[in-house]
Design a protein around this ligand. Structure first.
Ligand SMILES: CC(C)(COP(=O)(O)OP(=O)(O)OC[C@H]1O[C@@H](n2cnc3c(N)ncnc32)[C@H](O)[C@@H]1OP(=O)(O)O)[C@@H](O)C(=O)NCCC(=O)NCCS
Length: 191
């Protein structure tokens, strides 16, 4: 399996114009996965409003795309107006695409994006019972720490270096290329 391709899909950052794809992905999460994603049950209206704010808040969202649809997503959010020491991360993979390493790859992207922006504390709004997330964090040599009774885990990313900055820039170029190809495919299909 190449680093960027999984079961016919690829990972890239979403453009601000792709809010609808992000929303549709979140709406497709089944009840239990939605509860795990938001740390409590939420309505469709809540999800729609949440996704609509994605570009407004300056959040960085990675999507796992299959045939032009987002099937998994990872968000990196700043807590203030600008990127600071603290950030927030969240992850979601639709059921049929789970257990293929996509969540692990997405967390790698988010940790790297966080360190490249100087984020030193990454909060993950996640139920403490979420053992999968602990497993994934361990794979990145990060510990998802929870205070007793809390639903916010914490990851401490390393500082940025030349390689982490370069790797994100290379991924972005690849992601741009994939987005253009995806757009071309849709234009051809529509013609
Ligand atoms: C959590 C989530 C993002 C994981 O995505 P994924 O693509 O299935 O994850 P991966 O395939 O990369 O890795 C999952 C790992 O957890 C392990 N795992 C599965 N069930 C587990 C369990 N009950 N306890 C511990 N580890 C478990 C898997 O074996 C796998 O590790 P491996 O690759 O070493 O075998 C996905 O299940 C999801 O979207 N859940 C609903 C939303 C959510 O919980 N989001 C997190 C809070 S924001």
């Amino acid at each position: 399996m190449s680093e960027r391709q999984f079961s016919g899909g690829n990972i890239r950052k979403l453009w601000p114009t792709e809010t609808n794809k992000f929303r549709d992905h979140l709406l497709r999460l089944d009840k239990e996965n939605r509860r795990m994603r938001f740390a409590h049950g939420v309505s469709d209206a809540f999800v729609e409003d949440y996704a609509a704010r994605m570009s407004e808040t300056g959040a960085l969202v990675y999507g796992y795309f299959v045939d032009g649809e987002v099937r998994a997503a990872a968000e990196l959010k700043k807590l203030g107006i600008a990127w600071g020491r603290e950030g927030e991360a969240a992850f979601s993979v639709e059921q049929p695409w789970q257990k293929q390493g996509i969540g692990t790859e997405l967390m790698g992207r988010v940790i790297r994006a966080a360190r490249n922006r100087g984020v030193q504390h990454l909060c993950v709004s996640c139920l403490a019972e979420n053992a999968k997330m602990r497993t994934i964090a361990n794979k990145h040599e990060a510990e998802l720490r929870f205070e007793y009774g809390e639903v916010i885990g914490e990851i401490i990313p390393e500082g940025p270096n030349y390689f982490s900055l370069l790797a994100e820039a290379v991924d972005d170029r690849f992601g741009y290329m994939m987005a253009v190809l995806d757009l071309q495919n849709r234009v051809v299909k529509a013609a």
